[in-house]
Design a protein around this ligand. Structure first.
Ligand SMILES: O=C([O-])CC(=O)C(=O)O
Ligand SMILES: [Mg+2]
Length: 591
C-alpha cells in the first residue's frame, strides 16, 4: 500500500515538472526526451557531418560548383564535381539566364523549386537579388497555378501534412519535422486558396511560398520556417475525382471534428516549439478564419495574414495615397466590394486608425466605410441575417442591390475590391468613380490575376488616366495617351515578412492591433517623394529588405511599449538589430 502511494507520489512529481526546464542541464528538452518513460516513445535523432556525395545532396549545405579546391579536398568531393570552380555570382547569372528561357511561368516556378531542393542558398540569392522578377514566379500569381496543379508537380515534401488520420497524434507528427528551432509556422487548411477556392491538400504551395518570402524578404532563417497543411478533406469535386489528388478523398470535416483537430494542432505546436513561435493562418475560409483568430489570439502568438496582413498593407497604401489625394483619412469615404476576411479586416483597421487620429469613437469612424457583399450593400435592415463579422458594418441606409448603384448613391472617394471575384469593377463602375472624383483611389486586391476586380489597363483607360491604382497581383506598367502609369501592388507580402521579423526578434508573445498599425505606418513612410511624383503609393519591392527591417523595428518597438516583448534588454537601435538578425544567402566557408 505504502509503496503504491510512493509510486503515485513520484510519478505525480515527474508530471509536475515543467517540460521546458531541462532535467539535467540547461538545454531545453524540446522533444520531452528526458521525460520519456518506457511507454513514451521518442524519435531517435542523430546528427552527423555531411561529406562527399551526401553533402552534394544536402540542399542546405550544397554549393555545387562553388565548392573551393580546399573544400573539395577536405570534404571528399574530388571527382564528384567537374574541375571548374564558379563564384556564387556566376552561378546566379547562369541560372537567371536559364530561368528566363522558359516561356511559361509554371516552368519557371518548377525550376525555382528544383533549385531550392538542390541548393537553398543559391535559391535565396536569386530570389533576393531579382525580387521584382522572381516574386511573381515563386509567389502570387504563379503559386496559385502551382496549387491547382500540385498533384502532378509534387516531387518532394516541402512541409508537414497533418490530416484527420493523424488526430490524436499530432504532436508525434510535429516531432517528425527535422528542425527543432522553429520561429514561424504558416498553416492553411486549403479551403480558400487566394481567390481560387477550395484546393484541399494542394494548398501546400501557399505556406511554402509565404515562408520562402519570410526568408527572402524578412530574413527569417529557412530552417526556422515550417509550412503546414491541415487536411480535413475537400469539397472540390474535381479533386475528389482526380486519381492524382494528394489529399484525403473525403468531404471536409466541420464542426466539432474540425475544431478538435485544430485545437490539438495549436496545443501541440506550443508544446513542441514553445510560446514564441509565430503561427500565421493563411487562406482559411471566412467561417473558420475569424473564429480561429478570435479563439487563439489571447493564448497563442497568432496572426491571420488575410485579415490582418492585408489590412495593414492596404491601410499603408491609403495613408500614403493621401499625399496625392489630399485631405485626411477621415475626409474620405470608403466603399468595399467583398465583406470577408480581407474586406472587413481592412475596414476595421482603417476605422481604428481614423479613430486614433481624430480621437473619435470607433463606431463613428465605421460610418465612413461601406461594404457591399454578394447580396448588395450591407445595411441595418439585413442585420439579423448577417454573419457576425459583417454586423459592425450594417449602417442605416436604404437597401442597394448592386455595386454600381452603391457607387452612384454613396459617391465614395476610395473603392476597394476584396471579393475574390474577377471583373467586378466594370467600365460603368470605374467611370462613375471618375465622374465625381478628381483622383479616385481604386484597389483591386483579389488574387491571382484572373480574380482581380479589374486590370491596371482597365483602371487607367476607363478612368481616362485619373485613377490611382493598386492591385493584389502584379500588373505591368500601362501606357495611356502617351503617359506611363505604374500600378502599385497592395499585397500582404509587403507586411508579413517584416512584421514576423519584428515579432520574432523582440520575442513578442502576442500580436496586438497596434503592432499592425505600426507596420502600416512604417511601410507608408518608405515611399519617397520621387515615387509619389510617379503616382506610386507603395515603394518598389526592390527595396523590400530595407523596408522589412524598418517594419520589424516599428513592430518590435510597439511590442516593447505594450509590454509584450520578452527579449530583454531592448536593443538600442531596433533597425540595426533587425538588420543584424536577417539571414543572408551568401555561401559560408567550410572548415
Ligand atoms: O497570397 C497573396 O498573394 C495574398 C493573399 O494572402 C491572398 O490573396 O490570400
Ligand atoms: Mg492569403
Amino acid at each position: 500500500m505504502e509503496s503504491t502511494m510512493k509510486e503515485l507520489g513520484d510519478s505525480a512529481s515527474v508530471l509536475d515538472l515543467d517540460p521546458k526546464t531541462a532535467v539535467g542541464g540547461g538545454v531545453e528538452d524540446v522533444y520531452g526526451e528526458d521525460f520519456a518513460t518506457e511507454d513514451q516513445l521518442i524519435t531517435p535523432w542523430t546528427v552527423s557531418v555531411a561529406s562527399g556525395y551526401s553533402l552534394l545532396r544536402d540542399p542546405r549545405h550544397n554549393k555545387g560548383l562553388a565548392f573551393t579546391e580546399k573544400e573539395r579536398d577536405a570534404h571528399y568531393l574530388s571527382g564528384l564535381l567537374p574541375p571548374v570552380v564558379l563564384s556564387q555570382q556566376l552561378q546566379e547569372k547562369k541560372l537567371m539566364n536559364s530561368i528566363r528561357q522558359y516561356q511559361l511561368p509554371i516552368q519557371k516556378y518548377m525550376a525555382m523549386m528544383e533549385l531550392e531542393e538542390r541548393n537553398e542558398r543559391l535559391f535565396y540569392k536569386l530570389l533576393i537579388d531579382n525580387v521584382e522578377e522572381l516574386l511573381p514566379v515563386v509567389y502570387t500569381p504563379t503559386v496559385g497555378e502551382a496549387c491547382q496543379k500540385y498533384g502532378s508537380i509534387f516531387r518532394r515534401p516541402q512541409g508537414l501534412y497533418i490530416s484527420l488520420k493523424e488526430k490524436g497524434r499530432v504532436l508525434d507528427v510535429l516531432k517528425n519535422w527535422p528542425e527543432r528551432s522553429i520561429q514561424v509556422i504558416v498553416v492553411t487548411d486549403g479551403e480558400r486558396i487566394l481567390g481560387l477556392g477550395d484546393l484541399g491538400c494542394q494548398g501546400m504551395g501557399i505556406p511554402v511560398g509565404k515562408l520562402s518570402l519570410y526568408t527572402a524578404l524578412g530574413g527569417i532563417r529557412p530552417s526556422a520556417c515550417l509550412p503546414i497543411t491541415i487536411d480535413v478533406g475537400t469539397n472540390n469535386e474535381k479533386l475528389l475525382n482526380d486519381e492524382f489528388y494528394i489529399g484525403l478523398k473525403q468531404r471536409r470535416a466541420t464542426g466539432q471534428e474540425y475544431s478538435e483537430l485544430l485545437h490539438e494542432f495549436m496545443s501541440a505546436v506550443k508544446q513542441c516549439y514553445g510560446e514564441k513561435v509565430l503561427i500565421q493562418f493563411e487562406d482559411f475560409a471566412n467561417h473558420n478564419a475569424f473564429e480561429l483568430l478570435a479563439k487563439y489570439r489571447t493564448s497563442h502568438l497568432v496572426f491571420n495574414d488575410d485579415i490582418q496582413g492585408t489590412a495593414s498593407v492596404v491601410l499603408a497604401g491609403v495613408v500614403s495615397a493621401l499625399k496625392i489625394l489630399g485631405g485626411s483619412l477621415a475626409d474620405h469615404k470608403f466603399l468595399f466590394l467583398g465583406a470577408g476576411e480581407a474586406g472587413t479586416g481592412i475596414a476595421e483597421l482603417i476605422a481604428l486608425e481614423m479613430s486614433k487620429r481624430t480621437n473619435t469613437p470607433l463606431e463613428e469612424c465605421r460610418k465612413r466605410i461601406y461594404l457591399v457583399d454578394s447580396k448588395g450593400l450591407i445595411v441595418k435592415s439585413r442585420l439579423e441575417s448577417l454573419q457576425h463579422f459583417k454586423q459592425p458594418w450594417a449602417h442605416e441606409h436604404e437597401s442597394v442591390k448592386t455595386l454600381l448603384e452603391a457607387v452612384n448613391t454613396l459617391k465614395p472617394t476610395v473603392l476597394i475590391g476584396a471579393s475574390g471575384m474577377g471583373k467586378t469593377f466594370t467600365k460603368e463602375v470605374i467611370e462613375a468613380m471618375s465622374s465625381f472624383n478628381e483622383k479616385p483611389l481604386i484597389m483591386a486586391l483579389s488574387n491571382p490575376t484572373s480574380q482581380a476586380e479589374c486590370t491596371a489597363e482597365e483602371a487607367y483607360t476607363w478612368s481616362k488616366g485619373k485613377a490611382i491604382f493598386a492591385s493584389g497581383s502584379p500588373f505591368d506598367p500601362v501606357e495611356y495617351e502617351g503617359k506611363v502609369f505604374v500600378p502599385g501592388q497592395g499585397n500582404n507580402a509587403y507586411i508579413f515578412p517584416g512584421f514576423g521579423l519584428g515579432v520574432v526578434m523582440s520575442g513578442a508573445i502576442r500580436v496586438h492591433d497596434d503592432m499592425l498599425l505600426a507596420a502600416s505606418e512604417a511601410l507608408a513612410e518608405q515611399v519617397t517623394d520621387a515615387e509619389y511624383e510617379k503616382g506610386l503609393i507603395y515603394p518598389p519591392f526592390s527595396k523590400i529588405r530595407k523596408i522589412s527591417a524598418e517594419i520589424a523595428a516599428k513592430v518590435a518597438a510597439k511590442a516593447y511599449e505594450l509590454g509584450l516583448a520578452s527579449r530583454i534588454p531592448r536593443p538600442a537601435s531596433l533597425v540595426k538589430y533587425a538588420e543584424s538578425c536577417m539571414y543572408s544567402p551568401v555561401y559560408r566557408n567550410y572548415r
